[in-house]
Design a protein around this ligand. Structure first.
Ligand code: PLP
Length: 371
């Protein structure tokens, strides 16, 4: 690497450092109550115990198509009443490659939420694209009208998150479905933070509303509420067949670990058999909402909370206050999200003792430091 290139990297890093926004990896040595991760039931801490092989040994099309993977796909298909499901080894890679494959057909005009997760943001700059205000139905309709006028031949591809990864707001899914029908659009729903958290089969918001057949492409991840890794796309058979043939992120990667596929399926079955996990999570959500004392009502389904701060220094102060009380929370700042905020993720695994400690610490400390 030339000195010039290294200097360029350094300048960019220096800029972040002076803005107090430099990202660094760290680990905590002290025991903390972790409200940062997306581990909504603490499943990620469970040991990997499976008699099924740890590795697929190859891509799905070259020897890696293990029955455990197919069983998981069948389970998801049946639960969501979808014709087809394909699993991928990572959510980010699944979203990027599925969307890229669809968009490369030149059949779509993208209508996406302006705060969509980075994995949903398509890299091609030349595609026709309109961005609507976050979870804003009316603004989405304005963009659909503009797209229809300018690109009458193309099908609008609406892309949104169901439970938003950063602010925890929940999409008004039935209304968005009405809208997509009105404009003959396709709807892609990222259920990353809803899988394991809501739904009759714990597979997300569309599953919760019983409207899976109205969502053209359901994307879900196993990395959050199910505490594992990997992702799925559930859709029509012809779309899955197209992906098997043209989606590079499916064709040219080692398949999801079969052992993990087994574990993921057993975690879904566990959630289906035992209400304890969801009931406990919902109980925490209902108790935490009033503590924040915000004017916005928080959805009873969403375990993700945002606490906005006007300045970076007050944000850091609040984080430090909580850290002194052994509570670790996520610090979110631009460009990840437009506003400075603490991101708090609740988990059903929290003990009663820790939960009471969390409630009193947030009440007394973080909110005093606010603004
Ligand atoms: C909304 C959303 N979609 C997709 C992803 C990517 O999933 P994975 O972590 O499995 O790659 C994430 C992860 O942070 C996410 O928050």
């Amino acid at each position: 690497m030339t000195t010039r290139i290294l200097n360029t990297f350094n300048q960019h890093l220096e800029k972040r450092r002076t803005q107090n926004r430099l990202r660094t990896l760290y680990h905590t040595t002290e025991p903390v109550i972790n409200l940062m991760t997306n581990d909504y039931h603490g499943f990620s801490k469970h040991p990997l115990v499976s008699k099924t092989p740890s590795g697929a040994g190859g891509s799905r099309l070259l020897g890696g198509n293990h029955p455990a993977i197919e069983n998981l796909e069948k389970h998801i298909c049946q639960a969501l009443s979808k014709e087809a499901c394909l699993v991928f080894p990572s959510g980010f890679q699944c979203h990027q490659s599925v969307l890229e494959t669809l968009i490369e057909t030149n059949e779509f005009v993208v209508i996406d939420d302006q705060l969509n997760h980075a994995s949903l943001q398509t890299k091609q700059s030349k595609i026709p694209r309109y961005r609507f205000r976050h979870h804003d139905l009316k603004n989405c309709e304005v963009k659909l009208q503009a797209a229809q006028k300018r690109y009458p031949r193309l099908t609008p591809l609406i892309i949104a998150e169901s439970i938003h990864s950063m602010d925890g707001t929940v999409l008004a899914l039935p209304a968005f479905i009405e809208l997509k029908k009105k404009y003959k659009a396709c709807l892609v729903l990222d259920e990353a933070h809803a899988v394991g958290v809501c739904g009759n089969s714990h597979l997300g918001l569309a599953d919760e509303h019983g409207c899976t057949s109205d969502v053209d492409i359901i994307l879900g991840t196993f990395s959050k509420g199910l505490g594992a890794m990997g992702a799925f796309v559930a859709t029509q058979k012809i779309i899955a067949d197209y992906l098997i043939n043209y989606c590079k992120g499916f064709i040219y990667t080692t398949a999801l670990s079969p052992g993990l596929a087994d574990i993921i399926q057993s975690r879904l079955e566990r959630l289906n058999q035992n209400d304890y996990f969801i009931n406990r999570l919902r109980h925490f959500i209902s108790e935490f909402s009033p503590v924040l004392n915000t004017t916005n009502t928080h959805s009873p389904l969403s375990p993700v909370f945002q606490i906005p701060f006007s300045s970076n220094s007050s944000l850091c102060e609040a984080r430090d206050h909580l850290a002194k009380h052994t509570i670790a929370v996520g610090l979110i700042r631009p460009p990840t999200y437009p506003q400075n905020m603490l991101r708090v993720c609740l988990s059903s695994e929290l003990s009663d003792h820790n939960w009471n400690h969390i409630l009193s610490s947030f009440d007394k400390l973080a909110l005093e430091a606010r603004n």
